[in-house]
Each structure stands twice: as C-alpha cells, then as structure tokens.
Ligand binder design. Sequence first.
Ligand code: UFG
Length: 329
Amino acid sequence: MAILVAGGAGYIGSHMVDRLIEKGRDVVVVDNLSTGHRAAINTKARFYEGDTRDHDFLEQVFTKETIEGVIHMDAFSLVAESMKDPLKYFDNNVIGMVALLEVMHQHNVKYMVFSSTAATYGVPERTPIHEEDRKEPINPYGESKLMMEHMIRWCDKAYGIKFVALRYFNAAGAKADGSIGEDHHPETHLIPIILQVAAGQRDKLKIFGTDYATPDGTNVRDYVHIVDLADAHILALDYLIQGNDSQAFNLGSSTGFSNKQILEAAREVTGKEIPAEEAPRRGGDPDSLVANSDKARKVLGWKPQYDDVHDIIKTAWTWKQKHPKGYED
Ligand code: UFG
C-alpha cells in the first residue's frame, strides 16, 4: 500500500516525500510542476505528472496504484498573490480538493492528512493561537484553506474519509545535508529572500511594514522546521490508520520572531551584513501569528527537533550555499 503525496515536488512536499522514504514507506507523488521541481522528488518515489483538478488523471493514478492514504500539499500558498488574484486560489485549491476527494471516495481511500495553515485564523483573538479559536481569514489563501477543511469535514460525515488538518505556521529551513530546500520563482518568503541578500543575489531586504502592533513594529511569525513538519504528517497518518477520529492541529514552535529578529538571526548565522530598508505594508499580513502546539505534542506525540530559529536558518543557508540558483544548480 502506498502513500500518495499530492504536491510532492513542492518545497514542503519534497521534504515530506523524502522523510516518508527515509522511514521505509512506499510513496506515490502527483504534481503538475507548476511551482514544484522534478529534481526535488526523491527518486525512490513513483512520480505522475498531472493536475489534481483533472479527474481522469487522478482516476488513472488511483487505478494503477493501491493508495492507503493521501497527504494533500497541493495548493497555491502565497498570501500576497492571493490578495491580487483570489480566483486563482479558489480554482486551484478548492476545485483540486473536490476532484481529489471524489476519487478518494470512489476508490475507498479513507485517510487524508491535509496541509492547512495559520492563515485560516485571520487576525487571532489571542496569542498563542489554539485550534478552537475564531477563524476569519483576512486573505483569499487562508479562506481557500478553511473552505478545504470544511469540505473534508463534510466528506468525513458522508463518506467516512477521516482527516487530520495540520495548520502550520511558517515553514522554514531545509534538509540538514542541503540536498533539497526552498526554491520558488519568484521568491516571496522572508528567510530565502534574506539569504539571497546574504549571497549577493539581491541588494537589500525590504521590511514590509514597521507600524504593526508588535514590540518592534514588524510582523511576528512562528517558524517551524520543514523536517519537523514532515514528521508531524507521518504521525498524523499513523494516528488515522490506528482508527482515531478526525482532528485539526496547530504546528508551530510556540515562539514568535519579528521580521527584524529574523534578519538579525540571519546576520549571525551567515556572518554577512545583509542590508535592509523599511517599506510599506504588503497587504493581508496579520500583526502576529504564533501557535500553541500542545495538542499535536500530546495527541500525536510530536517532538520537533529544531527549537532554535538560528538552527533552522542554518539549514536554509547550507541549502543556499550548495545550490545558489536552487534546482538549476
Ligand atoms: N516579508 C518582508 N519582506 C520580504 C518578504 C516577507 O518583510 O521581502 C515579511 C512579510 O510581510 C511577513 C513576514 O515577512 O510579515 C513573513 O512573510 P512570508 O512571505 O515569509 O510568510 P507569510 O507569513 O506571509 O506566509 C507563510 C506561508 C503561508 C502561511 C503563513 C502562516 O507562505 O502559506 O506563513 O503564517 F499561511
């Protein structure tokens, strides 16, 4: 029986596939390579290139393979882009989910681990955020993921598709040996952009917004290492296979870092000056997003290995030094 990773060529998906293979699992990947990279997929996984909105494509994969469970990481995920082009997000994310759930139902596949997000909460009612807190997304990306969570919930009631929704905060870092890592075109995320400046590929960092309601005025985020995230998915899948009920869990470190603090940490890790300037707000960014992840630790037994943001940045820097141009190198 294989685990299907939808979006397995992406940043989070490729680390997920790699980790499953390290743990001896049989892995099938579907990805349309719109943002992912073929070179990022562990060669021990069986890869099918295609789009999850394409019902016939999925039907072929599910007929050829014996799928035990699905890890769904197949979504557009840029907050700022979603503000400019909301329909791109509802089309890819929501319609893709309909097709995947339909085919899972037809093939009697009963387990899904879903990559959800802190963006489902919108402006949090308290910090750190607990799973049951109010969810009012302030960007279409978060809205699309909340819709997807609701869709699976109804499919659980109707068809018995059990799910774990993992609401991650800010995924960061790379596999420690630097063989796979983050490579987006264009890059919009804070840590890889800072490391592009450190590597001399960009003049300076623009810090978007310095008038937020946070101690230094810049956004506060909760960074979690990509391999720790992958491990949480494996625990979640086994939790479902053992017959437990559908649940949502936050995945974060419970510690927030401001954009300025991340910049400072990156200067320490790289030993580079990393010039930066203050710039206007980007749009769609809540002041602060920090997780309470006690539930994942208690219920799933999740034990993140990386608890220092310097160590997380260090792994991203190793990847950057080994692959300055990403998967082109
Ligand atoms: N930022 C800058 N300058 C840049 C890039 C980013 O100041 O050049 C700031 C952003 O405005 C934000 C912070 O850095 O305040 C983090 O931004 P990212 O783009 O790295 O990450 P986001 O917090 O916007 O989003 C990420 C994921 C989402 C997820 C969210 C949950 O991309 O999928 O974390 O917290 F929903």
